[in-house]
Write a protein that binds this ligand. Structure first.
Ligand code: SF4
Length: 312
C-alpha cells in the first residue's frame, strides 16, 4: 500500500528534502492548564500540575490577554538557539535542505498577537526556512491571528495543527479536554475558509472508547476537509492523571494489535489528498503500554501489516 506521507508532500512542493524543526517557547502555556478553560490539563498531559520536575514556580506565563511581554527577547533568542542546535543534525542524518519551524509544545497561539507575530516572523527569518507549523487548540486562536496567518500563507508555507483527539463529547469531557467537538468543527471550518493548511491530530485508545468511537472520530475528522493527519496511540506517561487511573485499574491501554488494526483501516479509508504526518509515537517517561516504548519496532510492525495488505 502506497502511503502519502507529509515528507512526500513537502518533497513534491519544494523539490528537495524538507524537515520540521520542533521548538518549545518559554513562557507559553495552555488555557486548559492555567485555569482559563480548565485546570490540570488533558488527563494524558504531562504538565506542572502533576510533574514536580516541570514545576517552574513563579515563572512568567503568557495568555491571550497579557498586556506586556517582558520575556519576548528571551523567547526570540531561545527560538534561534533551538533552531541552530537542531538543524545540523537534520542536515547530516536526513540530508534536509529546507526547514519548517514547528511550534510544538503547549498552545502556540495562546499569547498576545504582537508576541505571536514576532515569534512566527523570527522563525521565518532563519536560513532555509520555507514555512511554519503551529500546534494549538481549536479554542485558543483568535480571528486576528487566523487572518494574519491567512495573509502570511500567500507568501510562505503555513500549517496549523489542531488537537482533535476524538469527536465524542463524552470522551472529551472524560479526558478533561476543556472544549467539545462543536468547537473543533467551528474553528476548523473557519480556518479552512481562509485557505490555511490544517493538520488534525487523533488519538486511538482514549479512556472509555472502542473501535466504533475511533472509526467515528476518523470519519468526523475527514469530513472537516483537513489536509494532513497525525495518528497517536493512547499511551500513559508518568505523573499524569491518566497514570493515576491506570495504576488504579480504571484505564486499560489499547493493545498493539488493536492499534495496528485501526491504523490500517484508517490508512485504507484516508482520502488520497490527505498526507500522513505521524502513524505512532515513541515515548520518554512511559508507564504503559510497553509496546509504545520502541517507535522503530512499532513502525516495522505496522509496515509488515501494510505490506500484507498490499499482497492480499
Ligand atoms: S491541550 Fe495540550 S498542552 Fe493543553 S492540557 Fe491538553 S495536552 Fe496539555
Amino acid at each position: 500500500m502506497e502511503l502519502y506521507t507529509f515528507g512526500k508532500y513537502l518533497r513534491k512542493k519544494f523539490n528537495t528534502i524538507v524537515y520540521k524543526v520542533p521548538v518549545s517557547i518559554p513562557g507559553f502555556t495552555c488555557p486548559n492548564i492555567d485555569g482559563t478553560f480548565g485546570k490540570g490539563g488533558c488527563v494524558f498531559c504531562e504538565n506542572e500540575s502533576f510533574s514536580p520536575n516541570l514545576k517552574e514556580k513563579g515563572k512568567f506565563k503568557l495568555n491571550l490577554h497579557s498586556k506586556h511581554n517582558p520575556i519576548l527577547e528571551k523567547q526570540l533568542k531561545s527560538l534561534e538557539t533551538q533552531f541552530k542546535n537542531t538543524t545540523p543534525f537534520l542536515k547530516k542524518r536526513f540530508k534536509a535542505e529546507k526547514f519548517i519551524v514547528y511550534f510544538q509544545s503547549w498552545t502556540n497561539s495562546y499569547a498576545p498577537f504582537d508576541t505571536l507575530k514576532a515569534l512566527y516572523e523570527k522563525g521565518l527569518s532563519f536560513d532555509n526556512v520555507v514555512g511554519i507549523s503551529i500546534g494549538t487548540r481549536t479554542d485558543s486562536i483568535t480571528d486576528e491571528t487566523l487572518n494574519y496567518l491567512a495573509d502570511l500563507s500567500k507568501k510562505t508555507e503555513v500549517w496549523i495543527e489542531y488537537g482533535i483527539q476524538s469527536s465524542n463529547d463524552e470522551t472529551l469531557k472524560r479526558i478533561n479536554r476543556g472544549h467539545d467537538f462543536s468547537n473543533v468543527v467551528e474553528t476548523i471550518t473557519k480556518t479552512k475558509k481562509l485557505n490555511l493548511n490544517i493538520c488534525g491530530h487523533l488519538i486511538y485508545g482514549l479512556p472509555g472508547e472502542s473501535r466504533k468511537d475511533w472509526e467515528k472520530s476518523f470519519k468526523d475528522t475527514i469530513a472537516l476537509n483537513i489536509d494532513s493527519i497525525k495518528f497517536h496511540p493512547m499511551y500513559v506517561t508518568k505523573n499524569t492523571l491518566l497514570a493515576k487511573e491506570y495504576e488504579e485499574g480504571a484505564f486499560t491501554p489499547i493493545s498493539q494489535q488493536e492499534y495496528a488494526d485501526i491504523l490500517i483501516w484508517s490508512i485504507k479509508n484516508l482520502p488520497s489528498h490527505i498526507s500522513i504526518q505521524r502513524m505512532t509515537a515513541g515515548v520518554d517517561n512511559l508507564l504503559a503500554p510497553n509496546w509504545c516504548k520502541n517507535k522503530s519496532k512499532q513502525i516495522s510492525h505496522i509496515a509488515k501489516r501494510l505490506n500484507k495488505e498490499t499482497l492480499s
